[in-house]
Design a protein around this ligand. Sequence first.
Ligand SMILES: *Cc1c(COP(=O)(O)O)cnc(C)c1O
Length: 386
Amino acid sequence: MIPYGRQDITEADVNAVIDVLRSDFLTQGPIVPRFETVVSGHVGANYGVAVNSATSALHIACLALGVGPGDWVWTSPITFVASSNSALYCGAKVDFVDVDPRTYNLCADALEAKLRIAESDGRLPKVVIAVHLCGQACDMRSIHALAHKYGFKIIEDASHAVGAKYLGEYVGSSNYSDITVFSFHPVKIVTTAEGGMAVTNDASLAERMSLFRSHGVTRDPDLMTKETEGAWYYQQIELGYNYRMTEIQAALGISQMTRLDEYVSVRQALAKRYDDLLDELPLILPWQHPDTYSAYHIYPVRLKLDQIARGRRQVFDLLREAGIGVNVHYIPVHLQPYYIRMGFKPGDFPEAEKYYAEGITLPLYPTMGTQGQDQVIQSVTQALNR
Ligand SMILES: *Cc1c(COP(=O)(O)O)cnc(C)c1O
């Protein structure tokens, strides 16, 4: 089976992990801060807060921005459930903004229309989570301008987009947002097995996120309510969590980061090759906005079902039977039973639902090579054959 995504682990990665296992610290040592510096330095952010997953990073990002009961958080329905769940963890209410029919990212025009209505209803969002689907950045300039006008904060869910660029700068430089979140799950661009990071240019947000990462406990005298009682002393000043990353994970991450740009350029080259070789088939291929340089975490195609004798499910099953590990990204979040119970229903976000009905994610990862890719293309051609 050719999976839809796969990690690449080198001897250098293995040795980096072994070195940690032989060292004094398995957790809370010098490597995690070094990894934070490597990632934030690479993408051009002032601060990085490493955690045990992107889900945790989204949660502490929401908490640091003050999201709580009574607040609204908006995001895209075409994302992994973690994007919106992070707001629910804070007791906030979630709503969605329909996607752009070309990029499948949160549509800035739909956002503006929804904000106008929300303003008159007094239900403006506190935070909008912009998800960079596939690794292609959202229309951040427009979203940022709307944030200024309507007074909300922006979290970029860049779980797919470490190494991607927007207007020539790395996603994470946070020119158009407050906090950017990366995932290091093995299917993503670089991996720490499990892991994530929130980057920001705002020192106080970084400090707040660090607090929430580790129980809300501080040893910083400036944050304490009174004089220290001695060298052992710490204070819990917020309700935080144990979301810490281990030294083992951080060492793997540092080693992986040396190949980030190379991974993205190989993904770009493979995507271009798909673009060329799938061009004649009854498919809509991933359209790229000229402002973006995608990390190509995934390569979803849409079936032109009116030109194909088979349905999406049939095509999907044929590909799986042929050993092609296709997938679907994503089932619209508002159609999950948990969200249906909150009052969402089919038809709420038509572009998202249309995309979902036609979408299949083809395998894409650096080590698949052109031979692996040719096998995918051949199987897709056969599965679509009229
Ligand atoms: C993978 C993913 C997450 C969650 O990442 P974890 O590191 O597995 O917690 C969140 N949002 C999106 C868009 C993702 O793809």
